[in-house]
Design a protein around this ligand. Structure first.
Ligand code: PBG
Length: 324
């Protein structure tokens, strides 16, 4: 041991010292609240595997979003559950689609709220895959790009500030940027789900969004959890194609990947703390096995420490209140 003796504990001796030297601070401004929207009026349907989360009709969504805004949350991300699904995912780009109607209502009521639209097709296709399916069940990459371009323009025209393509199709960011610019939507941002793993932690979401694939899985387009070098390749491609921001998803099992992506590029990097991560914390807290507030703030803080500029989390509202 060196002399004079090294004593890092001196820096931890009082709350004031700890506050002074803290390296990472989580703020409500770092949080994005996800919402599930469905048709109807007065609908607030609990999601069993995600205690405290609901499917909302647009009128109920406005109330919930008002609560989030009041808690200081700057942004929401919308997932749509349409009345009807078909093989062409037409609900995804319909002018009066559920996300389009929700975005119009939200921007009308809360003009300063950043509205992000998830841009994917699994909730809208009868087969539940994230794109156009071929007869053999595989997903046709380039046919899906046309749908993505159309959907992005439709979401932008409904008032979405940000579109967030999550289908993991090659070339989706370039196709969307070209379509947005062509439609005079140069100001619409793209938050690319650049690094999205084929993860078991999406289980509860698939109940919430009624979107599990009817057959097969998503391993032919989402990433293999074993890979991290490939994440840097995906991130670099999306930046080159014009992404304004990148996302890594899920968050906690992939903090190493998040840190590497953060170091590899200059654009803001988000992390999505997904449904299964939320469900684990809620389940343990419900048993009295974890202190939910402390464990959640520690988990979200660790995601920020690993390099996230902001975090999508179902805990956004509770965390913003805990942090107030
Ligand atoms: C749609 C999509 C998924 C999630 C976000 N967008 C599910 C999936 O890929 O099956 C998961 C979010 C969560 O688990 O919270 N492609």
């Amino acid at each position: 041991m060196a002399f004079p003796q090294e004593r890092p504990r001196r820096l931890r001796a009082s709350p004031a010292l700890r506050n002074l030297v803290r390296e990472t601070v989580l703020r409500p401004d770092d949080l994005v609240m996800p919402f599930f929207v469905r048709p109807g009026r007065g609908v607030k349907r609990p999601i069993k595997s995600m205690p405290g989360q609901f499917q909302f009709s647009v009128d109920e969504l406005l109330k919930a979003a008002g609560t989030a805004v009041a808690a200081g949350i700057p942004a929401v991300i919308l997932f749509g559950i349409p009345d009807k699904k078909d093989s062409q995912a037409s609900g995804a780009f319909a002018r009066d689609g559920v996300v389009q109607r929700a975005a119009r209502a939200l921007k009308g009521r809360f003009p300063d709220l950043v509205v992000i639209a998830d841009l994917c097709f699994c909730e809208y296709t009868s087969h539940g895959h994230c794109g156009v399916a071929r007869p053999d069940g595989s997903v046709d990459n380039d046919a899906t790009l046309e749908l993505a371009a159309r959907t992005a323009v439709s979401q932008a025209e409904a008032g979405c500030d940000v579109v967030a393509p999550s289908g993991m199709m090659d070339g989706q960011v370039a196709a969307i940027r070209k379509a947005l610019d062509g439609a005079g939507r140069e100001q619409t941002l793209i938050l690319a789900y650049a690094v999205k793993y084929a993860s078991a932690f999406y289980g509860p979401f698939r109940e919430a969004a009624e979107s599990p694939p009817k057959s097969g899985d998503r391993s032919a387009y989402q990433m293999d959890p074993a890979n991290s070098r490939e994440a840097l390749r995906e991130a670099a491609l999306d930046v080159a194609e014009g992404a304004d921001m990148l996302m890594v998803k899920p968050a906690l099992p992939y903090l190493d990947v998040l840190a590497a992506v953060r170091r590899s590029c200059l654009v803001p990097v988000a992390a999505y703390c997904v449904s299964g991560e939320y469900a684990m914390l809620k389940a343990a807290a419900a048993q009295g096995w974890l202190d939910e507030k402390k464990a959640t703030l520690e988990a979200l803080g660790s995601i920020k420490r690993a390099g996230a500029d902001f975090i999508l989390t179902y805990h956004a509202l509770e965390a913003a209140r805990w942090l107030a």
